[in-house]
Design a protein around this ligand. Sequence first.
Ligand SMILES: [Zn+2]
Length: 401
Amino acid sequence: MPTSAADLLSAAYNDADRTIDLRRRLHRRPEIGLQLPQTQAMVLEAFGDLPVEITTGKTTSSVVGVLRGARPGPTYLLRADMDALQVYEDTGLPFASEVPGAMHACGHDTHVAMLLGAARLLAERRDEIAGQVVFMLQPGEEGLHGARYMLEEGLLDVVPGAPVSGAFAMHTISTMPSGSINVRPGPTMAAADQWRMTVQGRGGHASMPHTAADPVPVAAEIVLALQSMVTRRVDVFDPAVVTVAHIAAGSRDNVIPEIAFLEGTIRTLSAERRTDVVTAVQRVATHIAAAHEMTLVFEHLAGYPVTVNDPGAAAQVLENARELLGEPAALLMPAPMMGAEDFSYVLEQVPGAMAFLGACPPGVEPETAPANHSNLVVFDEEPLPAGVALYAQMALQNLAG
Ligand SMILES: [Zn+2]
């Protein structure tokens, strides 16, 4: 008989100690970037006694596990990211980071622990599975395109003859009500692009600006023109954010500098808008510089694409959240988040969904809780078994045969 939602949830809660123990061990030893040797070792150890075929990354510390069901069928992917952030932890938790300047401040330790919990539940239920579960454990989610390396190394074809046909990922969020599952169809997280520009002027004496070419007022004009461009050129129903986050020019009060430097971010929710706004930022800035007989060097650093949930997969997540955790826990997100996520690379190739697990700690209001990436962020561990059950349920349902 297939496992009911209630049985799956109670199995996840019965295994909660192991889930939380792994989470805390990871939390003590955070690693940053694409090479996470200690994290990888802990993940391999946790997979140790399970009937899962393991492949490790060639260029990064990624781990791919394949669990084969009792019968043939499609391949479904569950993903967790493993990397930490360059943050000094100030939570005072008993299992706080023991690595100065590194912290699991985005909860990726909770993702790994939940995914391993789901692997244990699924391994016990192989006779209910027609097909394969792929466990994707990626490094370098924090801006280093870890998922892209895994895709290049053949992640989606890890099972010969049965390419990955669906995918699911979860992210814990400290500012959402604990135990809630939050998801939406369509664009869910933004594309993030970085840009840099240098206005090339000509230095001189601050008392005689007409003999120099002052890049400072030109930079100021660019800052304002970019905001006008966004409000006048961008459809409010396909929005964009352009932020100038860093300006640098000059050295003292009586010198006109040679250059002005500006950098910032562009966030968009569709591929079309993304291309359009990147082009517009360059065009507006270049022409303002030209109007003042200066040149401008523009650099665009492409970040992650838009994370787009398949509507069917998002609906399935909501339905499972209701079944597992009750109606109030299943929340349809009213709007996307303007942060970015490199699970977007997977969702560009296979239909699936990314959902957010609320983990606001007890006694704190979600609105005022320190957010993901904060040195003070605390994630409630209570809902982790719910996340384990949801991961497992998504796989069981998509591989029911
Ligand atoms: Zn994250």
